[in-house]
Design a protein around this ligand. Structure first.
Ligand SMILES: Cc1cc2nc3c(=O)[nH]c(=O)nc-3n(C[C@H](O)[C@H](O)[C@H](O)COP(=O)(O)O)c2cc1C
Length: 213
């Protein structure tokens, strides 16, 4: 009888633990770490000066290349740069160019301006081929990296503005250093680093989402 009682107790305990786990994964979405990370991520434009440790960046980029992508074609080439000489060198050229345009000079004359990647000390360049879904694959990869970074306490920003600059004649020397094959075109730049700000979420328009019966 004592033995049966012990079995029942053990089974009840096991059941409650497994139900507990299930609840953790499904019951309250706001207590789910993935959802929390998604909802808490913001674009960061102020960073501490030190680059993200390379081992951690390798993990972040690994999350990127594990994103879904059409037919697993992996249409990307990814380059990571944390060399201050590279970042400061191309920023110098960028600043000269921006100063020629009074509408854009404001950005580089701001006292908080550190570099052309919205001040991020580690930069990821994503180039893609001309495949039908390559730009979608690039976006999915980028978001995987930014969410992985957020989950590790690292800030990030997606940047379209350096793309044209890097493909211009002015930046040719730096584009060459990226060693991107002719089959690929620079599509997106991501900045990473330890955040020095925690901006509020920008409003999202939920009326753009509708259920259709
Ligand atoms: C494809 C893409 C390009 C972007 N380019 C820039 C950019 O050049 N400069 C910048 O400051 N932010 C850039 N952003 C960041 C957006 O401004 C930001 O994601 C948006 O305002 C929403 O804010 P949140 O990321 O904090 O939620 C870009 C974002 C994406 C997805």
């Amino acid at each position: 009888m004592k033995k049966i009682f012990l079995y029942i107790m053990a089974a009840t305990l096991l059941l409650s633990v497994s139900c507990g786990n299930q609840n953790q994964e499904t019951a309250n979405p706001m207590e789910n770490p993935v959802i929390e990370t998604i909802m808490a991520r913001r674009s960061i434009r102020a960073y501490k000066p030190e680059a993200v440790e390379r081992e951690i960046m390798n993990q972040i980029v690994k999350c990127g290349i594990n994103a879904p992508n059409a037919m697993n074609a992996q249409p990307w080439e990814v380059r990571i740069v944390d060399n201050p000489e590279f970042i400061e060198g191309c920023t110098k050229l960028f600043v000269e160019r921006m100063k020629q345009d009074p509408r854009r000079a404001k950005m580089v004359e701001d006292p908080s301006f550190r570099n052309m990647f919205r001040n991020a000390p580690t930069v990821v360049f994503i180039a893609i081929n001309d495949g039908r879904f390559s730009s979608i694959d690039c976006g999915l990869m980028a978001q995987n990296m930014m969410l992985a970074a957020k989950s590790l306490g690292i800030g990030s920003i997606a940047l379209g503005s350096p793309v044209d600059f890097f493909q211009s004649e002015v930046a040719a020397e730096y584009y060459k250093k990226l060693d991107i094959p002719d089959t690929h075109t620079l599509a997106l730049v991501l900045g990473f680093g330890y955040p020095n700000e925690s901006p509020d979420a920008k409003p999202r328009d939920e009326s753009k989402v509708r259920w259709i019966e």
